[in-house]
Ligand binder design. Structure first.
Ligand code: ATP
Ligand code: MG
Length: 394
C-alpha cells in the first residue's frame, strides 16, 4: 500500500528532496520521528532522511549543504528554505540496496522509529514498527540489553516517548532499562539533559515520572542521585512544563537546599536558563506574598509568562492567567525605557551629588510607584515626587 494520498504538506514538500536524490540513482527515504509522527497523525517536528548517497555526493546534488557531521555521514540540506537532516546508510560497501536500508534501520533505537518510506509512499517496516504504533508499544530493535548497552541514552529516550506519546514499554525492554540504568552515568550530560527536557515537556509527563520512579532513574541522574527523594516530592498530576528553567525553578522551590546554580552546573545548562529559573523563583515568592499585582505583571518578562502561569498552577493549584493578563494590559508602563525620567535627569537635579548606587535605587523607587499607579509618568509629576522623596546618597 502506498501512502502518498494522505501525506502531510511537510512530507509532500520534502518528497522533492527524495526525488532529486533518486534522480541521481541513489536511494532515499523518510525515516525516524517524521514517519512515526506521520503514521500517528501527529504534527511532524523535523524531517529526517536516510540515503545511500554519501555527504560528498549530496553536496553535488544540492547547492546548499551544511556539513554538520560528515564523519557520521550527516549533513543538513537547505531546500526551499527548509532544513533536512540527511544521513547516509551505514555499510555502503554492501551491494544489495534493500540490505543497505536494512542495515540502517537495524541501528535505530525503537521499532516505532525504524520505519522508512520512499517518495512514492512505499513503506518499509522491517521490525513491525507499525504494529507497535497501533498497540502503543515501545520496544527496541533487536535485543534490549545489547541496544541499551550500545547507547544507554536510549533508556531515557524510551521514557521520553512515553511522555510524548503515552505509550507503554514492552516487558523485556523495561526490564533491560531497570538492569542497565547505571550505564547512563557514562553518557554526556548534555545528551541526558536534552532528553530530560523533552520528558518534562511531554504531554504525558505524569506517566513518565511514574516510570522514572519505577526504573529508579533517580539513582543515576545528575542532582537526583544525591537527593533521590526529589522526584517523589513533585506535585501529583504534574502537567507538561514549558521550559527547562521552569523545571529547575520548581525543584528549587521544592528543596531550597539545592541552589539553582547547582542545578544548572550539574545539568550543564546555559546561563540564560539559570537567569530565567532565578527570575521565576523570585517572582513565585513575590506572588506567594502579594498575589497578582502591577509590579508582578511588570517584572515578569513576556516570554516567561507561559512558564510562570504553569508553575503557579503546579504550586498553588490556581490558574492566574486571566487575572494576570488583565493587570498586564492595564499597566501604565511595560518597561523602564518608557519612563519619562532617567539617570541623567536625576543627576541634573542633584548636580553636586557624587555618582553612586543612589541613582539606580531612586530610579527603581520611581519606577515602582509609576508601575503601581501611585505616580504619574510625567517629568513634572516625577520632579514633584523627588522633592518629597529626596534621595539618600550612598
Ligand atoms: P523528534 O520528534 O524529537 O525529532 P526523533 O525520533 O526524530 O524525535 P531524533 O533525535 O531526531 O528523534 O532522531 C531521529 C531518528 O534517529 C530516531 O527516530 C531514531 O530512528 C534514530 N535515533 C536517534 N537517536 C538514536 C539513538 N540514540 N540510538 C539509535 N537510534 C537513534
Ligand atoms: Mg527527529
Amino acid at each position: 500500500m502506498t501512502m502518498t494520498h494522505n501525506m502531510p504538506r511537510v512530507l509532500k514538500e520534502a518528497s522533492t528532496v527524495l526525488q532529486m536524490i533518486e534522480e541521481h540513482q541513489y536511494e532515499a527515504y523518510f525515516v525516524g520521528g517524521c514517519m512515526r509522527d506521520f503514521l500517528l497523525q501527529r504534527p511532524i517536528e523535523d524531517v529526517d532522511i536516510t540515503t545511500s548517497a554519501t555527504p560528498e555526493q549530496l553536496m553535488k546534488i544540492f547547492p546548499d549543504v551544511i556539513p554538520v557531521g560528515v564523519e557520521h555521514g550527516t549533513v543538513i540540506v537547505r531546500y526551499e528554505h527548509v532544513s533536512y537532516e540527511i544521513t547516509t546508510f551505514r555499510h555502503e560497501n554492501i551491494a544489495i540496496n534493500e540490505r543497505l536500508l536494512s542495515e540502517d534501520l537495524q541501528r535505530r533505537d525503537f521499532t516505532i522509529n525504524a520505519i522508512a518510506m520512499n517518495q512514492h509512499g512505499k513503506i518499509i517496516d522491517l521490525f513491525n514498527g507499525q504494529a507497535d504504533l497501533k498497540n502503543s508499544r515501545i520496544q527496541t530493535v533487536g535485543h534490549a540489553n545489547d541496544r541499551f548497552t550500545e547507547d544507554p541514552l536510549r533508556i531515557l529516550r524510551a521514557i521520553r516517548f512515553v511522555s510524548q506519546l503515552n505509550f507503554t514499554i514492552e516487558r523485556a525492554t523495561l526490564e533491560a532499562m531497570k538492569d542497565l540504568k547505571h550505564l547512563l552515568k557514562s553518557v554526556a550530560v548534555e545528551r541526558i539533559t536534552n532528553e530530560l527536557r523533552l520528558i518534562f515537556q511531554g504531554e504525558y509527563v505524569q506517566s513518565a515520572i511514574e516510570l522514572m520512579k519505577e526504573v529508579k532513574l533517580q539513582k543515576v541522574l545528575p542532582v537526583f542521585q544525591e537527593v533521590p527523594s526529589l522526584l517523589d516530592k513533585l506535585p501529583k498530576n504534574t502537567t507538561s512544563f514549558v521550559t527547562v528553567a521552569e523545571v529547575i525553578a520548581l525543584f528549587h522551590y521544592i528543596d531550597r537546599n539545592i541552589s539553582i546554580t547547582t542545578w544548572t552546573k550539574k545539568w550543564k545548562l546555559p546561563n540564560k536558563t539559570k537567569q530565567s529559573a532565578t527570575s521565576l523563583v523570585t517572582l513565585l515568592d513575590y506572588y506567594l506574598q502579594y498575589g497578582v499585582n502591577n509590579w508582578l505583571a511588570y517584572q515578569l518578562p513576556k516570554n516567561e509568562q507561559p512558564s510562570f502561569f504553569h508553575l503557579i498552577g503546579l504550586v498553588c493549584h490556581s490558574d492566574i492567567k486571566e487575572e494576570f493578563m488583565k493587570v498586564y494590559h492595564n499597566l501604565p508602563v511595560t518597561s523602564r525605557v518608557q519612563l519619562e525620567f532617567n539617570g541623567s535627569d536625576l543627576q541634573n537635579i542633584f548636580r553636586d551629588y557624587p555618582r553612586g548606587r543612589w541613582i539606580s535605587e531612586t530610579l527603581t523607587e520611581i519606577e515602582y510607584d509609576i508601575v503601581m499607579g501611585k505616580l504619574t509618568n510625567s517629568k513634572n509629576a516625577i520632579k514633584e515626587w523627588i522633592k518629597c522623596h529626596p534621595p539618600e546618597v550612598n
